[in-house]
Design a binder for this molecule. Structure first.
Ligand code: DC
Length: 249
């Protein structure tokens, strides 16, 4: 048997894409997933769905981890359904689709607040692992490379300057018909950045072994090509390369 003919990988690969809001994670992850034929997995959608459920029950930020954490983490039990599609993750709460509703500014604020609760993270991370282990995927979030899949085939931390990120978000929101100013978006973004990176549990950080890519001034295609090249490079296992070298001696 020629061992250099063995499959390149035996498990479906995970590509972890972390970084702050507005760094371009979603657009990049969606394109990269399509290019590599992997599912696109958006973990932020899960925190948004829990945020929506809590919002409907009357909770508003700030939340109290000691009293709200256990109650909010139980809200999602058995009520959430997620289906990855090529361009987005579709989400249902109690069999009613909320894919668009979870994108509202209220849900963004609530998602950030509930994502700081350890009990909520403990409830969602196993579900994220289950989804990733099923068929692999390009998984987007804040703690994928550091907590959810620290052994991911490729770990990327996407970032961009605060101004660039706010301008992208502003364009996205106004294109959806929302009446916001760039100043509001900047303020909201810096509050979320602070909350996401200063929380005690799984703060936004560059995972060990992650490649940091600053997307300011880069075209989307350029970023996707760069990540695809990084992935195809790490996917070539060292042992099959050495088998080829040995055969050539
Ligand atoms: O990526 P997003 O904006 O849809 O995420 C919504 C919120 O959830 C955001 O405040 C960060 C948080 N989040 C998180 O804490 N961990 C993840 N893996 C994904 C999102």
């Amino acid at each position: 048997m020629n061992f250099s003919d063995k499959p390149l990988t035996s498990v479906p690969p995970i590509i972890a894409i972390d970084g702050p809001a507005g760094a371009g994670k979603s657009s990049v992850a969606i394109r990269l997933a399509a290019f590599l034929g992997l599912p696109y997995l958006d973990t932020g959608a899960m925190y948004r769905a829990v945020g929506l459920m809590a919002h409907r029950q009357g909770w508003r930020p700030p939340l109290d981890p000691a009293t709200d954490g256990p109650k909010i983490s139980r809200l999602a039990e058995g009520r959430l359904r997620l289906v990855p599609e090529a361009e987005r993750m579709r989400v249902w709460v109690d069999h009613v689709e909320v894919t668009d509703e979870i994108r509202s500014p209220e849900c963004s604020a609530m998602a950030s607040a509930v994502s700081a609760l350890s009990e909520v993270r403990r409830a969602l991370v196993p579900e994220q692992r289950r989804m990733g282990l099923l068929n692999g995927g390009v998984m987007e979030g804040r703690d994928i490379g550091s907590v959810v899949f620290p052994d991911a085939a490729l770990k990327v931390f996407l970032t961009a300057s605060p101004r660039t990120r706010a301008e992208r978000r502003y364009r996205e929101l106004t294109a959806r018909g929302l009446d916001v100013s760039l100043e509001e978006v900047l303020k909201d973004q810096s509050e979320r950045d602070l909350r996401d990176s200063s929380r005690a549990d799984s703060p936004l950080q560059v995972a060990s072994g992650a490649v940091v890519v600053d997307t300011s001034g880069m075209e989307l295609d350029e970023v996707v090509e760069r990540l695809a090249a990084l992935f195809l490079d790490v996917k070539r296992p060292a042992d099959s390369a050495s088998a080829i070298h040995e055969g050539e001696k």
